[in-house]
Design a protein around this ligand. Structure first.
Ligand SMILES: Nc1ncnc2c1ncn2[C@@H]1O[C@H](COP(=O)(O)OP(=O)(O)OP(=O)(O)O)[C@@H](O)[C@H]1O
Ligand SMILES: [Mg+2]
Length: 381
């Protein structure tokens, strides 16, 4: 391609000060004068005097301007200038090309990112909508499931009490099974709902002073018969003042979830121990001067199957159960510890476990003491 219309602007490709430097570097040793003009014959660099020889400056068949030289060695100066300029222009074009390619690549990437972003935004909006629908669905379902279940339990209890007429021993047994299963179902519905409210950040905790050891004692008592049937002894040890400031229903649930696991994952004739005592709030805190705020600890230990190190990190996740056969062997939904952890943390406490396979497990849940809570409230107001 040649001709003015398609010419690169020489001044754009090589800055004027570079052109000046080049000309003086060539002309000085050759004792001549050199100048460069663009295609419109405007002077770009250098200055000629007297009779100057002119030569078109052509690069890859394209005219980019004119070179002019005067002096005895004007021809040499033109050769040298044309050659050096050729190199400079070649370089500048390569740089231009790289920049354009880069710019194009950036433009494509930016376009792709924008599109990706829009897709993500649409997906997030869709997920939020689904999440809202899920919450509505759960709330509706809980009502729809609970109402008939309450009737089933109510009528079964009435029949059990003989209010619908005398019943045989067999009938009483069947009704007791119905009541047990209905209770289990109610517990499950409540757990699923609690997890849903956790996920939407709507977990409400009521606060009242209560004796942790009293609540623990009544929960332990309710587990004794079922543990006893498998030859598992539950030992309770409550020491000192164990008053905490918390939500009775949720605290009962924490104890019951930890106890049910301890009994469930302990082989027949094993041992389960429950200790309630004052102690540090967080794991690893000593009782010394550096100890954190005082707390009440609930420690549930068992001589059961234990948990391997890599599974321990996951057991507090919703629906996680250590191995897939555990659903068949032990039942449950994998929500117990998720709820226990959420409830403990909602009270400002911590929960952790010390365990290893075959060596049993010790779960510790802590609750800030009522005293500490009252104290901090007074000092912060
Ligand atoms: N004391 C324990 N000993 C051994 N493994 C345990 C113990 N407690 C929990 N696990 C493991 O952690 C898993 C999760 O416990 P989690 O209480 O959350 O669920 P689950 O007991 O299986 O079901 P759910 O409590 O909902 O009825 C259990 O399935 C079990 O694999
Ligand atoms: Mg459980």
């Amino acid at each position: 391609m040649s001709g003015e219309a398609s010419c690169d602007d020489l001044a754009r490709l090589v800055p004027p000060d570079e052109l000046d430097e080049l000309l003086s570097a060539i002309s000085r040793p050759l004792a001549c004068k050199l100048a460069i003009f663009d295609v419109r014959d405007a002077r770009l660099a250098g200055a000629t005097e007297g009779e100057a020889v002119r030569r078109p400056l052509v690069h890859e068949g394209e005219r980019l301007g004119t070179l002019a030289a005067s002096g005895a060695r004007a021809g040499d100066a033109l050769d040298l200038a044309a050659e050096t300029l050729g190199l400079l222009i070649h370089h500048a074009r390569a740089r231009d090309l790289a920049a354009t390619t880069h710019e194009e690549a950036m433009r494509v990437t930016f376009g792709e990112l924008t599109e990706h972003n829009q897709r993500l935004q649409r997906a997030v909006a869709r997920l939020e909508e689904l999440d809202r629908l899920k919450s509505n669905f759960l709330a509706t379902m809980s009502h729809e499931l609970r109402t008939p279940l309450t009737s089933v339990i109510g009528y079964a209890e009435m029949m059990c009490e003989g209010l619908a007429g005398p019943i045989s021993q067999d009938q009483r047994e069947y009704l007791t099974t119905i009541l047990g299963k209905a209770d289990q179902l109610l517990g499950l519905i409540t757990a699923v709902l609690d997890v849903a409210s956790l996920e939407s950040g709507q977990l409400a905790v009521e606060r009242a002073a209560l004796s942790l050891s009293e609540v623990v004692a009544s929960e332990v008592a309710s587990f004794v018969p079922q543990a006893g049937r498998r030859g598992i002894a539950i030992q309770l040890d409550a020491r000192g003042d164990t008053v905490v400031f918390g939500d009775r229903r949720k605290i009962r649930q924490i104890i019951s979830n930890l106890l049910s696991n301890a009994v469930k994952f302990t082989p027949d004739r094993g041992r389960v121990g429950v200790v309630v005592r004052p102690g540090p709030l967080a794991p690893g805190e000593g009782d010394g001067e550096e100890a954190g705020p005082p707390a009440i600890q609930l420690v549930v230990s068992d001589s059961g199957i234990g948990i391997s190190r890599d599974q321990v990190a996951k057991i507090f996740e919703p629906f996680f159960q250590v191995d897939s056969s555990s659903t068949r062997a032990f039942g449950g939904t994998g929500l117990g510890l998720t709820l226990a952890k959420a409830y403990v943390e909602a009270h400002g406490g911590h929960i952790w476990v010390d365990t290893s396979p075959g060596q049993g497990s010790t779960f510790t849940a802590t609750f800030p003491t009522a005293l500490d809570r009252a104290g901090s409230e007074v000092s912060s107001s």
